[in-house]
Design a protein. Structure first.
Ligand code: SIN
Length: 487
């Protein structure tokens, strides 16, 4: 199958276009095209799996579960570690593939590959620390023990914004726990997923432990995962709209579910904040991955006393952003993922302007899938942008007078993923951190994602945590054993 950028990849066998099911590369008669969002050119034709392939993969994963879950934690850990090392050895090729199919700058792509690999390293270690408990009972005749067991086959549905890291963040803890996985990667970015599968096969995972099924028909594959009785757990990262569908579908069999959904992150700057640090933090948080992360700053709330100084400094930075081909080392922001994403942001800008907001930088389409990095000021909560997840390089700036007012505005959203604020008074820091209704709070920082911390949201941003010591619990069942007759 056609892969036009193959000459730039040192290890050609990382370029896979078939599905990976039960340890075999499977080619189907139907296929779909993957294109580079930078120039719209087709880069590959990838096999298009359907519900019957998903069924095959689930049955293979079920069979493999009996083997994999019986490996010692040490043995699973060693295979995960080999996979981790292989990924780091191939970081340049993997990053190149990622940039060409997703558009993000090559430095960010390398960062993503390493970030994604860090989940494998972390959970290779955690595999060995799945401890149970012995609990003092209420009767001398009984003893209580608690063990944790892998849930079984896990279905993972992953997004295009982090084509590599969102897969490893889900499947590394699942595999460490002893589960086996079927993965449906985004149809925009299947090549990164398949390259990970190639390295997994070299690392020595038994057949059927990891299955990756590219497909254009996400709804059909989603239904086949959520309705299959052998799938015991679904983990999804994507929009709140789709997350709700998956949750409803999973309810029929009362499956365990983890949902990492949309966000509407506030970024608050209080009058005593270090303004230069706040500008840098806001810039990092707003424009990471071109604004296309669910933890990106979405609403910037500036105290009126520091508003003008902040905007002036922020505008100087935003005006200097270089957009372009992600493969060019000088590029800071690549293209957006598709036309729908660009049009949605242009509509949000238009609505805000029509209701009185002022564009300070950008505001237009540059060309094709490129939107000018934009700052809009005088935004308020009557505008659509207040309640929408922007998911693009558009910074919306609001003003506030009091702590009470800004907390009310910040929490006035159905989302509850990431939030940020800058200030120095320690009592204010505690009050605000506690009052923000979010799963994650960045205090005097704009970037807080790390494998060591529990990533996840509340409200309509979902539930469940990824990474950290908590991440593996999502893939384990707790079993209580009551030992009677101990006289
Ligand atoms: C996401 O946008 O879904 C993940 C971002 C992150 O891990 O920081």
């Amino acid at each position: 199958m056609l892969v036009v950028f193959s000459m730039e990849i040192k290890d050609q066998s990382l370029l896979k276009t078939e599905a990976y099911i039960d340890g075999k590369w499977i080619s189907k008669s139907s296929s779909f095209k993957v294109s580079n969002p930078y120039d719209g050119k087709e880069i590959a034709t990838v096999t298009d799996c359907d519900a019957s392939d998903m069924n095959d993969a689930i049955l293979a994963a079920e069979k493999a579960f009996r083997i994999w879950s019986n490996y010692t934690a040490n043995k699973r850990s060693r295979i995960l570690q080999s996979w981790y090392k292989l990924i780091l050895t191939h970081v340049d090729d993997l990053a190149h593939i990622l940039t060409v199919e997703q558009g993000k700058p090559i430095a960010e792509a390398k960062g993503e590959i390493k970030y994604g690999a860090s989940y494998i390293e972390w959970f290779a270690e955690e595999a060995k620390r799945v401890y149970g408990d012995v609990i003092p009972g209420q009767s001398r005749k009984n003893r209580i023990t608690v063990v944790k067991q892998p849930v079984g086959v896990v279905g993972a549905i992953t997004p295009w914004n982090f084509p590599s890291a969102m897969i490893t963040r889900k499947i590394a803890p699942a595999l460490a726990a002893g589960c086996t996985v079927v993965v449906k990667p985004s149809e925009y970015t299947p090549l990164s997923a398949l390259a990970l599968a190639e390295l997994a096969s070299r690392a020595g995972f038994p057949s059927g432990v990891i299955n990756i099924l590219p497909s254009m028909d996400a709804p059909a594959l989603g239904v086949s995962m959520t309705s299959h009785p052998k799938v015991k757990k679904i983990s999804f990262t994507g929009s709140t709209r789709v997350g709700k569908i998956i949750l409803k579908q999973s309810a029929d069999q009362v499956k365990k579910v983890t949902l990492e959904l949309g966000g509407n992150a506030p970024f608050i700057v209080f009058p005593d904040a270090d303004i230069d640090a706040a500008v840098n933090g806001c810039f990092a948080s707003k424009f990471r991955n071109g604004g296309q992360t669910c933890v990106c700053t979405n609403r910037i709330f500036l105290h009126t006393s520091i508003h003008d100084e902040f905007v002036e400094k922020f505008a100087a930075k935003v005006s200097s952003i270089k957009t372009g081909n992600g493969l060019d080392e000088k590029t800071f922001i690549g293209p957006m993922i598709n036309e729908q994403a660009v049009s949605k942001d242009l509509e949000l800008i238009e609505d805000a302007e029509a209701k009185g907001a002022k564009i300070v930088v950008g505001g237009h389409r540059a060309q094709d899938l490129f939107l000018e990095p934009t700052i809009i000021c005088d935004v308020n909560n009557t505008m659509d942008i207040f309640s929408s997840e922007i998911f693009g390089p558009v910074a919306a700036v609001y003003q506030f007078e009091t702590e009470e007012e800004v907390i009310q505005l910040a929490n006035d959203t159905n989302y509850g993923l990431a939030s940020y604020f800058y200030g120095r008074d320690y009592a204010l820091i505690w009050r605000v951190a506690e009052a923000l209704e979010y799963g994650m709070v960045g205090i005097n920082t704009g970037v807080m994602s790390t494998v060591a911390a529990p990533f996840g949201g509340i409200k309509e941003s979902g539930f469940g945590r990824e990474g950290s010591k908590y991440g593996i619990d999502e893939y384990l069942n707790i079993k209580y054993m009551c030992w009677g007759g101990v006289e």
